[in-house]
Write a protein that binds this ligand. Sequence first.
Ligand code: AMP
Length: 315
Amino acid sequence: MNVQEQILEKIKAYDKIVIHRHISPDPDALGSTLGFKKLIEDNLNGKDVRVVGYQEKNLEWLGRMDQAGDAFYEGALVIVMDTANSSRIDNKNFNKGAHLIKIDHHPSEDQYGHLNFVDKGAASVCEMVTHLALGYGWKISLEVATLLYAGIVSDTGRFLYDTVTPQTFEAAKYLLTLGIDVNELNRNLYKKPMNVLKAQAYVLNHFEVTEHGVAYFKMSKEIQKEFGLTTGTRSLLVDVLANIEGVLVRVCFFEQDKDQIRANIRSEGPIINQIAERYDGGGHPKASGAMLKKWEVATDLITELDLVCQYFGEE
Ligand code: AMP
């Protein structure tokens, strides 16, 4: 049996299923978990499926989280999606079930599941779920199609990243045949509240660029407060510095709590996830995150990134 078949066997064997994903969820994490829940409910009888985790207000339009107390985990199947490392799973109850499955597309050594289905070649977990559902011969409703399409569009930067493959378009093509309202979906995904627009202007006025092409900005807690930014709306600033001539890597630094500076790192060339791993982070080769303890460490990270930019294309 291949891993996809083994996953189906487990889903059939358990009547209680809890689905988790990573902290600071994005549309791929939410689309894949909420979509998988609906797929199971729509195609198999007698399943009680709960999607758990922090309710991200900015993405509430994708769906709401369920509750699952300790008793629900007894004898339950737990599926964790879109999460490379166990330390990033929201929340820590994921170990309380009877069996644990990981479904993910990040490169990672942390195979925390009893069963691990990791496809590094998939551009999103929503793409993986679409192919899983098609392979199982499952019916996909319009609601599920919209959730999965949202994750595919978002995790590929609207089909721009080099993670996009023919399989990505096959999944997207199939989902589109189900009648998705693409205009409404895009409005939801990319709508810009006025405060975010003003914060984007702040970024454009305050970013800096290193000698070899690292563009970055640092945003203190006070400034984030001034613009009314949340962890959800902050993500709308990550691409403001994309596609600048001469820039290969961009980093957003957001001061969070004491001793916590979140870095969002994106690359248009060099591999950056191995560097992110050294700064309490990780992710994809060209899209990673990291967590720093103080601003001096941000300077070290910028220096390291500048070095890979300097030698990029020489190997
Ligand atoms: P972000 O910058 O938060 O949008 O994250 C970009 C990518 O890196 C996503 O695929 C995240 O799952 C991953 N990522 C972000 N932060 C971390 C971290 N601290 N450890 C491992 N992976 C991370």
